[in-house]
Design a protein around this ligand. Structure first.
Ligand code: GLU
Length: 475
């Protein structure tokens, strides 16, 4: 067993058959934290030997997802598809040493074996017919099988799950090279983890049944296996395994829904890992506090409300540059030009605390960057009435003259207008809000004025007064 306190050298090894999903992103994060917290390294390896299912687009989606989350690897990406010669070389070594053998069994025979095992209620396993075969059938492209030990027990101490024991009698002789010479997952992963000097494998516990087979392969290669940490799966809010049914599972879909990378990272870290009852962790704190042993053994449940809560926190109090960068990205997606309105920094100051998603924040900020078509009918009927005309006019005069277009002086002008007319603040606030936004929701009214800007505010007040005049004319 390797030393537990040694720097961890680990890897994230996604198969590029889809997006970087939430579970994968969390595994990558745990890999990064395990490596950084021990002064070790984190390697990225793309497991693309399945040529049918692997796509360029998926590779790119994974790289993009990692980059967006800020999960920087120290080495890689390595591609298994570029290491095929190496897998063949190691397979040849096993063959020469008598630790692997050619298997000529036909697909039909293997299917029959499987069907018979299923019918008998047993686990399907290869019966070893080719183990000691001497005569070689003509014209059959053999696969290469590993000669798995037939007795004894594989034991390992999983750093999340604890001690795991599997009898070799449970395991069969697994295929390591297919007929076309490409390696199978279990074989390539062992060759790679050895060549890349990985000392801790962190991965989803859907791989836990593969681990004893892999340990046997390490031993056959005369190597000490790495340590393993199998992390439990993620369930949806309803307790079922997280899937497309639950909405966005791809990391970039969360970006599209308005979440910040730091909020996602904080959320994913706490999804199945804890450190006391602390909820909010800056990245350096995560590195400081993380220990792989503190990952829960039990599956964790996705909790969208908690993610929203964290997102709100990071919008308000997190890394400003990150929030501004994401805000600009969402503005563009919404077809809004940041140059056509207040600068994004001011917008964020005012709006961050009102929303937990950037999508909503941007949608509700639209009137600061573009004109709206029509007044919301109900709001206009209620607030753009003849009594509002005089306050709007008086305010417009003051706004035209105000020297310093700041929230403070705008607040003072609003107060002065209300005082001069002897009316309450509300008598001016609501009509003004509808005039400026087209509807009744906005930040505090002096902030709204500030964000809409002088020229637009004056034009919109005029438009509201025209609406009132028309209403009077049509009455
Ligand atoms: N390529 C495997 C997967 O995406 C990961 C295997 C591993 O980490 O060993 O599930």
């Amino acid at each position: 067993m390797s030393d537990v306190s040694a720097p961890i050298r680990t890897r994230f090894a996604p198969s590029p058959t889809g997006f970087l999903h939430i579970g994968g992103a969390r595994t990558a994060l745990f890999c990064l934290l395990a490596a950084r917290s021990t002064g070790g390294e984190f390697v990225l390896r793309i497991e693309d030997t399945d040529r049918e299912r692997s796509t360029e687009a998926s590779v790119q989606a994974i790289l993009d997802g990692l980059a967006w989350l800020g999960l920087e690897y120290d080495e890689g990406p390595f591609y298994q598809s570029q290491r095929l010669a190496r897998y063949r070389e190691v397979a040849e070594q096993l063959l020469q040493a008598g630790l692997a053998y050619h298997c000529y069994c036909s697909r039909e025979r293997l299917d029959e074996l499987r069907a018979a095992a299923m019918a008998a209620g047993e686990k399907p396993r290869y019966d070893g017919r080719c183990r000691d075969r001497v005569e070689v059938p003509e014209g059959v492209e053999p696969v290469l099988r590993f000669r798995n030990p037939q007795s004894g027990t594989v034991v390992f101490e999983d750093r999340v799950r604890g001690r795991i024991e599997v009898a070799n009698s449970e395991l069969d002789d697994l295929v390591i090279l297919r007929g076309d010479g490409t390696p199978t997952y279990n074989f390539a992963v062992v060759v790679d983890d050895l060549d890349m000097a990985i000392n801790l494998v962190i991965r989803g516990d859907d791989h836990i049944n593969n681990t004893p087979r892999q340990i046997n392969l390490y031993r056959a290669l005369g190597a000490e296996p790495p340590q393993f940490a199998h992390v439990p799966m993620i369930l949806g809010d309803d307790g079922q395994r997280l899937s497309k049914r639950h909405g966005a599972v791809g990391v970039m879909a969360w970006r599209e829904q308005g979440y910040l990378p730091d909020a996602m990272i904080n959320y994913l870290a706490r999804l199945g890992w804890s450190h006391g009852d602390q909820e909010v962790f800056a990245r350096p704190e995560l590195v400081e506090s993380f220990r792989i042993e503190d990952v829960n053994r039990k599956a964790s449940r996705f909790d969208t409300d908690k993610l929203k809560w964290l997102n709100q926190h990071y919008l308000r109090a997190g890394d400003r540059d990150q929030a501004l960068r994401e805000l600009a990205w969402h503005m563009e997606r919404a077809g809004l030009n940041p140059a056509a309105g207040p600068d994004l920094s001011g917008l964020l100051d005012v709006q961050a605390e009102r929303f937990d998603s950037l999508v909503e924040l941007v949608e509700q900020s639209r009137p600061f960057y573009a004109d709206f078509d029509d007044f919301d009918q109900a709001a206009a009927r209620k607030h753009l009435r003849p009594v509002a005309d005089q306050p709007l006019q008086a305010l417009a005069e003051r706004l035209a003259a105000v020297g310093d277009w700041s929230p403070e002086s705008l607040q003072a002008e609003l107060q002065a207008t209300a005082d001069a007319l002897g009316i309450g603040f509300g008598k001016i606030g609501m009509p003004l809000r509808v005039a400026l936004m087209g509807h009744g929701q906005s930040p505090a009214i002096h902030h709204t004025l500030w964000l809409v800007g002088r020229e637009r505010s004056l034009a919109r007040i005029e438009r509201a007064r025209n609406f009132i005049a028309e209403r009077v004319a049509n009455a």
